[in-house]
Structure formats: C-alpha cells, structure tokens
Ligand binder design. Sequence first.
Ligand code: FAD
Length: 498
Amino acid sequence: MQTRRSFLKFGAGAAAIGAFAPLAVNAQSSDIKWDETHEVVIVGSGFAGLAAAVEAGKLGAKDIVVFEKLGVYGGNSTLNAGQACFADTDLQRKLGIKDSAELMVKDQLASGRGYANEALLRHSAKLGPYIYQLTKDCGCVYRDHIINTGGTSATRSHQVVERSGAGFIRPMLKTARSYGVKTKIRHKFEGLITAADGSVLGIKVRKGYHTDHENSGKLINVKAEKGVLIATGGFAANVAFRQALDPTLGDEVGHTNARGATGDGLIAMLAEGAMPIHLSFIQSGPWASPDEGGYGAGFSLYNFPHSIAIDRNTGERFMNETADRKHRADLEIQRRDKDGKPNPALLIAPKHEAQKDPSMENVLRYNVAWEFDSVEAIAKHFELPLQPLKKQIDDWNKYVKAGDDPQFGKRMNMSTGIYLTAPFIVQRLWPKVHYCQGGIQINTKAEVIAAKNGKPIPNLYAAGEVSGGVHGVSRLGGCSTPDCLAFGVTAARSMMKA
Ligand SMILES: Cc1cc2nc3c(=O)[nH]c(=O)nc-3n(C[C@H](O)[C@H](O)[C@H](O)COP(=O)(O)OP(=O)(O)OC[C@H]3O[C@@H](n4cnc5c(N)ncnc54)[C@H](O)[C@@H]3O)c2cc1C
C-alpha cells in the first residue's frame, strides 16, 4: 500500500509527465490529506453535470460541488442548438404529431446500426417526460415549433427559445445554486483517487487552473462522500486522440466543439481500468458549412426538408437530405474534384421559405450563404452543369407536388407546397466532427463499468458524452441533450440511493 508521502510524490510526478497519466493510487482514505470534502462531487458543468447537481439538490444533498476547468460554464452544452428530442409531448399533440417513446427508441436503434444499447436508450426514453418537466421547472422555455433533425419517423426535436443550449444551462445553473450547489470554474480535474479495492475515494483537482497553462493553479485532494460523477463531455477537440481512433478525421475536417472537449475524464477513467466502448464511432455533422468557423447548423437544419443537396460535378442530388447524420456526412465528404480535393456540395433552398428562419439575415451578411435570382446564376457562380441542375429542380418540384421522392425516398411531409423557385438561397455543405458516440461504458444506474470484470467501479459514475455505447454507430440529432440530462439525473439518484 502506498503511504501519503509516496502518494503525493507520485501525484506530482504524474502531473509533470502528462495531465492524464494515472494519478490514482491504492490508498486508504486516512492516508490522504484531504483539502476539501463534499457529499457529491461532479466534474463538468454541461447538461449531464448540471442535471445531476439539480437532481441531487432536489433529493436533499446538502453539499454538492461542480468543478469546471474553463472560465465559463456549460461546455458543449452551451454551444448546443438548444434542441432536445422528447416523444408524445403536449407540444407535439398540439401540432398534430403522433409519437411515442417506443418509436423514438426504434429510430435510435435503427440509426445505431445494431450497436446501440437498447437498455440505456429505453432508460433515457422512460425518463423523457421527467426531464422535459424538470427543464421547464428550472425555467427553460420551449419554442412553439418542432424540428425534423433527420432519421426520425416523427418530428420530435423541441427547442428552447434561445435556440441555444444556453437556454438550458443558464436556468439550470441558477436552479442548482438555489439548492446550495457550489459551482467552481477554473478547477481542473486531474485524476481519480482510488482505494486498494479500486473504489473511488475522491479526485485530484487543479484549483485556479488557466487554460493553456497546464501546470497553473494548485493541486488539491477532494474527498467524495457519496461518489464522483465524471461529466466532462467528449473528445472532438482533441485532434490527436480522435485521429488515432479514426484516421479519416484529418485536418480537412474541422470540429464544432468547445475547447474543453479534450476527453480528460474519459482518459482518466481509462487509466483506472474503465471499459472503453465504441471509441472509433465519431460523428460528423452533415449540416456544417466550410464558410463559417463554428457550428452553423441552424439555417441548414431548417432548410434541409424543403431543399436539395447538389453535387457540383453532376448538378444532381446525391442523397436524401433528411437521412440520418452518418448517412449524409459520409456522402458529403465523398464530394471531390478531379484531383480528389474537397468540392463541397450545395444546399439550394427557396428564399420564400428560407427567410422564415431567423438566421437568414446573418448567414447572408457573413457570407455563409448567398442569394441567386436564377438557376443560371447558381450554375455560373459555382461552375455547375446547367441542364442537369435545371432538370433536377424540375424533377424535385414534381416530387413536392406528388408528396413522394422516388429518387431518394425523403419524407416529404415538411415540403408540402414548398416549391423550389427563384430567388434561391445557396450554402455549401462540408461535415465537421461533432459528437463522440464512444466513451466509457455505463449501466442504467450511470455506474462506470470496469474492463477487467464487467462490474461497476464503486463510487464512480459517468453521464453525458463521456459515456459511450448508448447510440451505437450514429446518434440522431437532438438525442444527446435528453441522454445527458437523463443520465445526469440517474447518477444523482444512484449517489443519493434514491
Ligand atoms: C455546437 C454543438 C451543437 C449541438 N447541438 C445539439 C442539439 O441541439 N441537441 C443535442 O441533442 N445535442 C447537440 N449537441 C451535442 C450535445 O450538446 C453534447 O453532446 C452535450 O452538450 C454534452 O454534454 P455533456 O454534459 O456530456 O458535456 P459538455 O456540455 O461538453 O460539458 C462538459 C464540461 O466538462 C468540462 N471539462 C472537461 N474536462 C474537464 C476537466 N478536466 N476538469 C473540469 N472540467 C472539465 C468542459 O469544459 C465542459 O464544460 C451539440 C454539440 C455541439 C458541439
């Protein structure tokens, strides 16, 4: 067994050789000088972390702490488009949409292509109504409009009025604090502290950490009485890590994530023997544009149902514009010029419909999309073959009239009466790395599973994008928000034995 002296020595050395070399030691709690003790310790202030904080507060925890390494709260959850899939809600019923949790799970299983975890999906779907209400109780306000995110048999992506995840994060942070939750920015999780039997005693935290200064701040030992929840998100911003897992995700593919999405919690848990799952299943977003620096999904998402995506070599469609994300991103990235260089496809929308999306003014102003008066002008500007493009648009308008797309089998219910006529709004499409389906394996109690025996690692919980295997090969749009919230809530219930 290591003594406190050897533990501290090891900890300092590990920090020097790399942020996430294993810091954990086989120690007794009494061997360690604890700088802080908390009932519930949460790492990460996104959906998963804050949902856990709110739920633990509701369940009566008196001393909850949330550590966040950046100088702002919310991670990817704040950048999020504010969309969350829920089935059979009051809003869907009001809009005449028939849906069920069963159908939602079925859609997710199909998108997972045989790799999704049905038990975890069902668990999350079962908690859907609770989560929907929880967010409203926190003060989140939903729009009166539901979005078709693709790959679903019913339109079910609800969106907060801010059209941004901040519309969830701000009220949830406020609610968490109303329960006395301590929220600490610039506190970077450095590793787990475990006992001889492998159970988690606490964590090492770099207090006063500043991004880009790896050794900034002071290392402290934080004891967790009821458990540690790792909710540190995905790893899309860790280019070396993601490229090692999927060599196709090279420099020509950017990413949409916050800078904190570097896989810290995942790597630390792997170092402690947690079960890795589906790490190479990394999703790229088919709605992204090469003409803007970040996410840029709102406008294309609005337009996909009534627009056509055109290959610039052929002037013709090449995909169902509302198929699931993987299907579309895989096809988009194949659009190349004769030298094999990226030749981004065009999404052509009718202005009369595109202008109903509030972001049109901005995408035009910042050259993320352009307006054209005629098909000829599009063909000339983007050097497309004119006749095939004209024919494609004529054919598409026939599909709109018939309510049937014989070319790619697109669901046409959101294109009814929306003909593709001039003036047109055109944007380019090129996928960006967006979401990590893989992570460490959890069960329906949000307990982290050990690789060596398939059993839970005592006192260690994970929720949100750091966990993996839930969605299989491809996650459907709008389905991470409810997943992160559901497993955050579940982790809190497990820690509180509720
Ligand atoms: C631009 C964008 C838009 C999206 N839109 C949608 C959408 O509309 N609907 C949907 O369902 N999904 C969407 N997603 C996916 C979804 O938002 C994420 O999967 C989800 O927010 C992840 O939540 P999380 O709580 O797991 O992690 P995050 O929200 O990323 O939070 C993790 C937090 O942990 C912090 N952290 C990391 N390492 C450490 C450390 N060592 N110490 C302390 N803190 C640390 C991070 O800084 C971060 O703040 C979107 C993703 C992006 C990037």
